[in-house]
Write a protein that binds this ligand. Structure first.
Ligand code: 13P
Length: 247
């Protein structure tokens, strides 16, 4: 049974333009040799240029979402195949900003995950509870339910990761305690092994939500934390490299 290779992925969300490619290049230049896998997921407009710019580096490029269908009359949407064609190797799916803003259900996230696999992309599937759900003592139930509902059987034997992002920790500067993070990550691990058997033990479980250089070491060294999905602090190479160095 192989331990998961840590993955630090930057989610640029709706930020960045061609001038920001310099930050991606600076991240790659600052990496040196590392046992950590590093990815940047920019807006769809930047995927192609970033993938070209980072081709000879150790930084992978990912998308932030994809449609489940291969092609068709879906104005404004992007297919997994199109992301792969643009040079993406990974894709973030089921981010809470899409679950909340676009009504994405677990079933839709599972369909998008199947699409990612069809296109040869490595999925990063996001789950996480709201503050009300946590206050009601339902965090574990919500998160493990999302894991069961969002991961299609086709993931068996495939490389993918699950990102635990408590909705209330995203962009707020708030983070759960290390104990709370470990509790949820252990519950996700149990769920993964109950679905996928031994393969479930090899899946990296990332933490996301207000990760920054100053809290990265404590979070990343916690039990069952196999990396991070980083929003705001991934936009500047210096901050992102500070987080990567903490692994
Ligand atoms: O949503 C996130 C990453 O997907 C986390 O965002 P922040 O790191 O900005 O809190």
């Amino acid at each position: 049974m192989t331990a998961p290779v840590p993955l630090i992925a930057g989610n640029w969300k709706m930020n960045g333009d061609s001038a920001s490619l310099g930050e991606a290049l600076a991240t790659a230049a600052g990496l040196g040799s590392t046992r950590v896998r590093v990815a940047i997921c920019p807006s769809a407009t930047l995927v192609s240029r970033m993938a070209d710019a980072l081709k000879a580096t150790n930084v992978l490029v990912g998308g932030q979402d994809c449609r489940a269908e291969v092609s068709g009359a879906y104005t404004g949407d992007v297919a997994a195949e199109q992301l792969a064609d643009a040079g993406a190797e990974l894709v973030i799916l089921g981010h809470s900003e899409r679950r909340a803003g676009y009504g994405e259900t677990d079933a839709l996230v599972a369909a998008k995950t199947q699409a990612a696999l069809r296109a040869g992309l490595e999925p990063i599937v996001c789950v996480g509870e709201t503050l009300d759900e946590r206050k009601a003592g339902k965090a574990l139930e919500i998160v493990t339910g999302q894991v069961r509902g969002s991961l299609p059987a086709e993931l068996a034997g495939k490389v993918f990761s699950v990102a635990y992002e408590p909705v209330w920790a995203i962009g707020t500067g708030l983070t759960p305690s290390t104990e709370e993070i470990v509790e949820v990550h252990r519950a996700i691990r149990q769920t993964l092994t109950s679905i996928f058997g031994a393969h479930g033990a090899t899946v990296a479980i990332l933490y996301g939500g207000s990760v920054k250089p100053s809290n990265a070491a404590e979070i990343l060294h916690a039990d069952e934390v196999g990396g991070a999905l980083v929003g705001g602090a991934s936009l500047k190479a210096a901050d992102f490299l500070g987080i990567i160095a903490a692994v």
